[in-house]
Design a protein around this ligand. Structure first.
Ligand code: ZN
Ligand code: ZN
Ligand code: ZN
Length: 418
């Protein structure tokens, strides 16, 4: 009997809607799985793997494998590329009130309101995936001895004047001299990085911190903490580890060397040697401390890391990628999975703040009423700056030309008065 179901070619819109909903529930799916699942749920579609791959790549949904990029001689990306972070690695309060969606290949992802918001309301609160305090916000002992500020949230530690019943009673690591403002911070720090950084267990970590301190350079410390977080997630389970690595990959990326070369332009030759020395030195020091961490750190599942992730994670290419990611995504020293998905506007409807008791947690607040479905935007630069200053800062540090409503209006006004 003839099958009267007609084989049809799905339109771009149909394909996009289907891929979007698949990736929303299972962001980790690759091309082959997406293709198989699309065919299964749409048996009448004529669907080639090539079309799906092409489509997903223009939507920014597939990560190009850096090793294959190298062998084909393709130059490293000069525009920031970002991906949807998989699963629920984002630990936030109020996360369900927003959703992260793909907009298009140029804009990448963006954050959208699920419901209506009044002005000046808190949308959500988020703790960073990995964080290292800004150099100028902590004392030098934070980096070397770890005893004047909480190693997790960088709040100042007052070691005396607490009673046994105080919730925020400072506690010391029971192995090294690091202090934490509370037991909660101590536990969280252990689970995210301190088990690996602890000076008593890992004497190889201090040289990295020392080099960064000398250069007043926080990026490698935050990058190392991101790797430490992944290693510690692998301790919990292979799934969590993979997800953590995918989450890191999801941040907008431009390799540090590509970015700095562009930033410095014709004067790059003045910086090149110095920068390369610093990248290579910190990469070596990071590997000495983390690949693998000494036995005393107590990691038992290091071998569980798949070869492909392992090679990638500790490669020099990825180190430059991580440092570039930090440059693009750094919010007060941290990699925030959800906050980093916000796009920029010079006339933003939201703002990122850090509660007055520390810089670790980030909260997003609305600046004006926002309707359900509207994109939520923050300003990456000081919105009080004039057009030229904003455009220059965005081009230099975030590598794009702003074309927001306010910029368009101001450009038109300048053209009109000329
Ligand atoms: Zn703390
Ligand atoms: Zn310790
Ligand atoms: Zn603008």
């Amino acid at each position: 009997m003839a099958d009267d179901r007609r084989i049809t070619m799905p339109s771009e819109a149909e394909l996009q809607a289907a891929i979007d909903s698949l990736k929303k529930s299972k962001p980790e799916l690759g091309v082959l799985r997406v293709c198989a699942m699309l065919r299964e749920s749409n048996p009448t579609w004529q669907l080639g793997e090539k079309r799906v791959r092409k489509f997903m790549s223009t939507m920014g949904l597939i990560q190009t494998d850096p090793s294959s990029a190298n062998t084909t001689g393709k130059a490293a990306e000069t525009v920031p590329k970002s991906f949807l972070a998989p699963g629920d690695f984002v630990r936030t309060v109020g996360k369900g009130q927003v959703e992260v969606k793909y907009i298009n290949g140029t804009k990448g992802k963006g954050v959208f309101a699920v419901g209506d918001f009044a002005e000046k309301t808190q949308v959500f609160e988020e703790t960073p995936f990995a964080w290292y305090p800004r150099w100028d916000t902590v004392s030098n002992t934070y980096h070397t001895k770890g005893n004047d500020e909480c190693q997790l949230c960088a709040r100042t530690i007052h070691r005396s004047g607490y009673s046994a019943r105080d919730l925020l009673r400072p506690v010391k690591c029971n192995r090294c001299s690091a202090w934490f403002c509370s037991n909660v911070c101590r536990k969280e720090a252990d689970a995210r990085f301190h088990q690996i950084e602890c000076a008593k267990s890992n004497p190889h970590f201090a040289p990295l911190a020392q080099a960064c301190l000398e250069w007043s350079w926080g990026a490698p410390m935050a990058a190392a903490r991101a790797i430490e977080r992944v290693l510690l997630e692998f301790e919990q389970s292979a799934e969590r580890g993979k997800l953590a690595w995918e989450s890191i990959k999801a941040f907008a990326t431009v390799r540090a060397d590509v970015m700095d070369k562009r930033r410095k332009g014709a004067s790059w030759f003045l910086y090149e040697q110095d920068y390369e020395h610093k990248w290579a030195t910190t990469h070596e020091l990071m590997k000495r401390a983390l690949c693998p961490p000494p036995d005393a750190c107590g990691l038992t599942q290091f071998d569980r890391i798949p070869k492909k992730i392992f090679n990638e994670m500790f490669s020099y290419n990825e180190w430059l990628g991580l440092i570039g990611k930090y440059s693009l995504n750094d919010q007060n020293g941290g990699f925030y999975l959800l906050q980093s998905c916000f796009n920029h506007s010079c006339d933003p409807n939201c703002v990122v703040m850090h509660p007055n008791d520390g810089m670790y947690r980030a909260i997003i607040k609305t600046l004006r009423p926002i309707k359900a479905g509207e994109e939520m935007l923050i300003s990456y630069v000081n919105p009080r700056d004039n057009l030229a200053a904003r455009q220059q800062a965005l081009r230099e540090w975030y590598m794009f030309d702003c074309n927001c409503g306010r910029c368009q209006k101001e450009v038109a006004a300048v053209a009109g008065s000329a």
